[in-house]
Design a protein around this ligand. Sequence first.
Ligand code: URA
Length: 202
Amino acid sequence: MSALSELYTEIVRCQRCEIARLRTHAVPGEGAENAEILFIGEAPGYHEDQLGRPFVGQAGQFLERLLVSIDLKREQVYIANVIKCRPLGNRDPLPTEISNCRGWLEKQIELIAPRMIVSLGRFSMAMFFPGKTISKIHGMAQKRGNIIYYAMYHPAAALHQNGLRREIEADMQKIPLLLAQAKTMPATEPSLQPAQLKMFEV
Ligand code: URA
């Protein structure tokens, strides 16, 4: 059993939050254990809770189309969420739920060791870019240590607002080049750099 599978056995037993008692399934995440890119959404929705898999509803279908647009299949990346249980009625995750779940996500990052972490939506962004605003930093990358952090809008938001759809499609298109440059890109703490700039700077 891989270390990631062992971690998932622990996650599905977790009872730290109230919502653990209301779930059908916990949704630890799925994908290639050695994925170069880790996508992190917000929380499971109805369909994810039913199946125990991340991004399997409408937002997930859109995410899969976005991946295809850069020649990737979902099996080639890793997909997880900030919190692993569904908040009832799809409300926003509570601060306590986020902090209770934080350790699971940190362990996932350590085991998958991705070259790039793509946050989807503001709750995920807040974990990696605290204090920032998604409308200002989406499409921007920052390398810290060996990982490139990159913020995008949540695919569900883009489904409801046509303007955002174009933004998220454009942001996805920047990923292959950022990834290709990951090896040579210097760490840029603490300032954020537009992805566009990074692409041509290195
Ligand atoms: N939205 C998320 O943030 N995560 C999922 O898994 C599904 C929808």
